[in-house]
Design a binder for this molecule. Sequence first.
Ligand SMILES: *[C@@H]1O[C@H](CO)[C@@H](O)[C@H](O)[C@H]1NC(C)=O
Ligand SMILES: *[C@@H]1O[C@H](CO)[C@@H](O)[C@H](O)[C@H]1NC(C)=O
Ligand SMILES: *[C@@H]1O[C@H](CO)[C@@H](O)[C@H](O)[C@H]1NC(C)=O
Length: 443
Amino acid sequence: MLSRTLLSAIALLPALVVAQLSGTVGPSTSAAKKAATKTCDVTKYGAVADKSTDIGPPLVSAWADCKSGGVVVVPKGDYAIATWATLTGGSKVAIQLDGVIYRTGTAGGNMIFIENTDDFELFSSKGGGAIQGNGYQIHAKGSSSGARILRLYKVTNFSVHDLVLVDAPAFHFSMDTCKNGEVYNMAIRGGNMGGLDGIDVWSTNIWIHDVMVTNKDECVTVKSPATNILVENIYCNWSGGCALGSLGANTAISKVTYKNVYTWSSNQMLMIKSNGGSGYVEDVVFENFIGHGNAYSLDIDQYWSSMSTVAGDGVQLSNVTFKNWKGTEANGAQRGPVKILCADKAPCTGISVTDFAMWTESGSKQWYACQSAYGSGFCLKAGSAKSYGVTTSTQTAAPTGYSAAKMAGDLATAFGTTQSIPIPTIPTSYYPGATPYSAIAGR
Ligand SMILES: *[C@@H]1O[C@H](CO)[C@@H](O)[C@H](O)[C@H]1NC(C)=O
Ligand SMILES: *[C@@H]1O[C@H](CO)[C@@H](O)[C@H](O)[C@H]1NC(C)=O
Ligand SMILES: *[C@@H]1O[C@H](CO)[C@@H](O)[C@H](O)[C@H]1NC(C)=O
């Protein structure tokens, strides 16, 4: 499927969730129609599938010829990218990446940067397209500076799908200041260290679904400003975990839903992180989460010590729902499954935790902790307004109904940071029992 209307989204999704999108996502014109207008094969512009000729300039030239209507094609084969491609000002354009592009250049910035473009699609026609960042060559030296693999900036009516991104020197994929996007059927696999974020998004009306991330930082994370974001069927297959944040001054995040998120061996299942700051996070839902082997689970920390304090009373959180969370955490006495520490000068309101049952994998107790947090469930207080200090309750018996399915393919050992990371195939499932919305391209 190349573009989706709100009508088809309504047919597929329950009412609560559809409210988070605000109209059409995806390209307005199909790739087939664009191809009928024009195709620009990079091998006609100097690209050679020899894993050493720089594909950067050919990509830029092919884009220039097809950017006003057409498809840039990277045929099957192994290519090298030594200089980065900034692709700007497109309309009715697609990039069909069927080959594998290996990083050989060493600059920072973005290996592929799409900006100021409308009606755009980046995809592989058979699910085999990949970008191999070879980040281990940098990480092995103890550094995580280097390029992001893919950035979209001011791109509207677009999709990115059926692609694999591997071992970014720095981040893997960010979308900022974009609108009406769909991202799906993706495997992102990075090294086991911080700074190698999977997907970061701050944009309007974006549907991210059926994505797997392996790394040790953000899985799929929403930053500010963002509204109408739906994140669904996400497999954090050994990662840092999903988050909102870090949040600073003038935060503006609303109408975000995460649904069907499976998290294995990560820092947290979901974290909202800030330290001071201002603005708001409102009308957000985290529904159907399964976790195993994670450090934190539900973790709101408005005094997050890994972030230096930002001026302001704190980001105001309101109307935040956590619903149907199951599974186990690594050590509940050390890091309890419910931690809701809100800013004393901006207490959280309308936090709801329902149908939540998790238990510890080691020992026989776990804690729940709240601070300046109002709403219902666990240690949340009724009412609003006044700050209160951390209240902790300890539980010594497993709650009923905590057990939850595991994914058969949970990564057993991290990839580390010193060796080449193999390119995976796109998974066929991202959450126990959930079927991806679209079949893998070409199958
Ligand atoms: C994107 O798509 C919407 C809905 O089809 C359309 O109204 C809009 O003009 C398109 N382009 C931009 C830049 O938003
Ligand atoms: C709370 O947020 C949900 C999800 O965005 C929304 O459907 C609901 O209307 C909001 N409730 C209020 C009282 O604003
Ligand atoms: C999880 O990651 C590991 C390592 O990449 C892989 O072997 C496994 O197949 C992944 N799971 C799925 C369901 O793709």
